[in-house]
Write a protein that binds this ligand. Structure first.
Ligand SMILES: *[C@@H]1O[C@H](CO)[C@@H](O)[C@H](O)[C@H]1NC(C)=O
Ligand SMILES: *[C@@H]1O[C@H](CO)[C@@H](O)[C@H](O)[C@H]1NC(C)=O
Ligand SMILES: *[C@@H]1O[C@H](CO)[C@@H](O)[C@H](O)[C@H]1NC(C)=O
Length: 747
């Protein structure tokens, strides 16, 4: 079903009401989902060439209707031009053509729901829809207020381009609740959202537990920094500030940071440029009241105002305003008011400038200004954001990934990297659909474990007492409690610590001390450490094989095979340290750009039951090779091989604290990892309830999640650990990195 709207051939004037759109009902959602599911089959079975042809045709249809498209963009207050949309269509036509050549082991997700918030621009909408279609998915779009018309027009243009019926569906209504309804439909396989944070949060919570993988691009509510170093060409920098800060339509809020030694001249130049600038129209008069209150509060906190003209007393208008002399902790710096208001803060050393840039909880983008190339590249590397513009701002191109960090999202759009959200390795099955359980989120993981034994238990009476590995040292659990490790027959094999929140905290503290140094090491040095780990495992292969055998009950021969494979897997990751480098895509504008993978930081991993040693080293290898620190929670059922592995770690030259191993109740430790704001990502193998809990509670602060529902019995939860298929390894390292684009214009 394509729900569309007939537009007059051209000329949409800015009348108050252009048209009204229908609000989708439950039946509409159901019929959109079933037509998408049916059409997916047709679409995904076409050849790459046939899909590419439709996208190329779309580019020429867009060209033909460029007048209408540009009027519609204007109407939806979007700064996008038809030329930009045509470039998007052409870019993704090429990827549609090359999918099978360049990503042979990957297949489409199925039916993808694309939800965008009210004021999301057409560009961001297409940055989801086009790659989804190019990779062979069917799409259901739930547009926001401003993108409803463009989305409907797009559907019509796609029909003209010859897309099979049902491949693209648009259902309009209120985006958060309708988006949730669409995602809850069992025929939908993936949900991706672009827009504002609060709508995203509501959507994530409503969809938790339904078994839909999802990702969030929250660029719209992000605050970005504009950093002027003393080595900058001040005139161009000030031009840049004027261009981006006082426009009516902007993609982000900005905070201006200026090095103290040039503060006076920057302020003087700004003042000069601002004289005579007119008031900027706002969306509503309420916005003006809101801005006035924020400005007043800033003044009370010591800000001085620089305004182009005095504010009018009524109307939805406000003059371009700079708030000077604020402290970084002020409310108007942390969340600047909407409209043409720019907070300005100053810093002394260049290092301080970078620290200021990383001060906000967001990680979308930064613009840095300096003529010093070394400083530019070094600051670009140290800023925790997805895009860095050097001596420019707001440039975008689909060839470069747009990756939100921290509160700016857990999704990568654009570039080759952005395609993978719409694909999965052909060897791993899709996430099982479910309906949510009633979980008391506040109590999750607080149940007392049934295996617990008291502190005063005499350890000499059981075969062995193991310690956990935190901060490079052996420790008991902070609680003092232990739990029994049982053999398949039920006999007590050993005791291990019953770790909890405090142990996780200690592990994180140790991890953040070593991880920055580990990331900065050369790939060769990292790979040497991983080789030493593989070597150390090789030396203890007998002990490890015995531990796998006693723990899981498989034959010694099979256990030895698992150890053998584990050594080879670690060697594989050691070799890959040097390989995964990112690239330099070719932007159409003059200048250069880099796209580089970076470490996420500290990862939490709840390990699967299956292949307890091989799965541990596969995940550990990927995380550590890419520069992360990792806190691993061994499978609750089969912890023994992981506990034995601690000796392997100790004997290697992996720095202490980079890898911690904490045993204990799975739910309790999942809760502790989810609760820690430093942990950027959680890879989880466990219960359906655990997946639901994580989806619900890792919304704020936002984390990257990789969830696997492993039911009690021996289901392999989708992954064949013994397989050496390259797409499975690629999926792993892609989960262990975030992407940064650095734009360097020349001339
Ligand atoms: C951790 O839990 C405490 C108490 O339940 C809660 O107040 C806090 O917001 C949580 N922190 C995070 C980062 O989830
Ligand atoms: C992004 O965050 C949401 C909310 O917690 C979560 O459900 C989702 O799995 C995350 N997606 C990715 C790709 O990390
Ligand atoms: C897993 O992969 C290995 C090696 O590619 C293969 O021999 C084995 O049959 C696979 N197992 C399953 C359950 O698919």
């Amino acid at each position: 079903m394509i729900r569309y709207l007939l537009l007059p051939s051209s000329c949409l004037c800015t009348a108050a009401v252009v048209c009204s759109t229908v609000c989708a009902k439950d039946e509409d959602v159901a019929s959109a989902a079933s037509s998408a599911a049916g059409a997916f089959k047709t679409w995904s079975e076409l050849s790459c060439y046939q899909r590419a042809k439709v996208l190329l045709k779309l580019a020429s249809v867009l060209q033909r209707h460029s007048q209408c498209v540009s009027e519609l963009c204007e109407l939806s207050q979007s700064s996008t031009s038809p030329a930009v949309l045509i470039r998007l269509a052409q870019y993704y036509a090429s990827w549609a053509q090359l999918r099978d050549t360049l990503m042979p082991e990957w297949i489409p997700q199925g039916v993808v729901a694309v939800v965008v918030s009210d004021d999301c621009s057409v560009y961001y909408l297409l940055l989801k829809v086009l790659p989804a279609l190019a990779m062979g998915n069917a799409v259901i779009v739930v547009p926001g207020k401003t993108s409803t018309l463009p989305a409907l027009l797009l559907a019509q243009l796609f029909m003209e381009a010859g897309i099979p019926a049902g491949v693209l569906n648009v259902v309009s209504g209120s985006e958060a609740s309708l988006g949730a309804k669409v995602a809850q439909n069992p025929q939908v396989n993936y949900l991706t959202y672009s827009g504002r944070q609060h709508t995203g949060e509501a959507l994530a919570k409503a969809v938790a537990g339904w078994g839909v993988p999802m990702s969030f691009s929250l660029s719209l509510s992000s605050v970005c920094t504009f950093i002027i170093f003393d080595s900058a060409d001040l005139d161009s920098a000030v031009d840049g500030v004027i261009e981006l800060a006082f426009e009516k339509k902007r993609d982000f809020q900005w905070v201006l940071c200026v090095q103290e030694s040039v503060l006076d001249s920057v302020v003087a130049k700004l003042k000069l440029r601002m004289t005579g600038m007119k008031c900027v129209p706002l969306a509503t008069e309420t916005d003006r009241n809101f801005i006035e209150a924020a400005v007043q509060e800033a003044q009370q906190q010591g800000a001085t105002l620089m305004q182009s003209c005095p504010p009018a007393s009524t109307g939805a208008l406000y003059p371009p305003t700079v708030l000077c002399g604020l402290a970084p902790s002020c409310e108007s710096v942390i969340s600047p008011p909407p409209g043409p208001v720019l907070p300005l803060i100053s810093f002394r050393s260049s290092a301080e400038g970078v620290t200021l840039g990383n001060h906000s909880p967001y990680g979308q983008a930064a613009s840095i200004w300096t003529e010093d190339l070394t400083l530019a590249l070094e600051s670009a590397k140290s800023l925790c954001v997805g895009s860095v513009w050097v001596n420019c701002h707001s440039v975008m191109d689909p060839a470069l990934p747009l990756c939100g960090r921290r509160e700016s999202g857990n999704c990568t759009d654009g570039g080759r990297e952005g395609l993978y959200q719409f694909l999965r390795p052909s060897h791993s099955p899709s996430f099982p659909r479910s309906s949510p359980s009633s979980i008391n989120y506040a109590d999750f993981g607080s149940a007392v474990s049934k295996f617990m034994i008291p502190e005063r238990f005499d350890p000499s009476s059981v075969p062995r007492f193991y310690y956990q590995f935190v901060g490079g040292q052996l420790h008991k659990a902070d609680s003092g409690c232990s739990r029994s490790v049982l053999a398949p027959g039920g006999a007590v094999l050993a005791h291990c610590p019953d770790g909890g929140r405090k142990d996780v905290r200690n592990a994180v503290e140790a991890a953040i001390k070593v991880q920055p140094g580990w990331t900065k090491k050369s790939p060769t040095a990292r790979s040497q450490s991983l080789y030493s780990l593989a070597d150390s495992l090789d030396k203890r292969r007998r002990d490890l094989a015995v531990s796998i055998q006693t723990q899981t009950g498989i034959s010694l021969e099979e256990a030895e095979k698992e150890v053998e494979l584990s050594v080879s897997r670690l060697t594989d990751w050691a070799a890959r340290c040097d390989r995964e480098q990112g690239g330099t895509p070719f932007p159409p504008q003059s200048g250069s750009a880099l796209s580089t993978p970076e470490a996420l930081g500290v990862l939490g991993v709840i390990l699967p039951n299956s292949k307890p040693l091989l799965s541990l080293v596969s995940l550990l290898g990927a995380a550590v090779a890419m520069g992360n620190a990792v806190i691993m929670v061994p499978s609750e059922k089969y912890p023994l091989p992981a506990l034995e592995f601690i000796q392997v770690l100790q004997a290697s030259d992996i720095p202490g604290g980079l890898v911690s191993i904490i045993t204990g109740g799975r739910d309790q430790l999942t809760q502790a990892l989810a609760n820690h704001s430093v942990i950027q990502s959680i890879w989880y193998w466990g219960s359906k309830e655990g997946c639901q809990f994580l989806q619900y509670s890792c919304v704020s602060p936002l984390k990257r999640l990789w969830l696997h529902c492993e039911e009690e019995e021996e289901r392999e939860a989708g992954r064949n650990w013994t397989s050496s298929n390259p797409s499975l390894q690629e999926e792993l390292w892609r989960k262990a990195v975030v992407w940064k684009s650095i734009w360097i214009p020349t001339a």
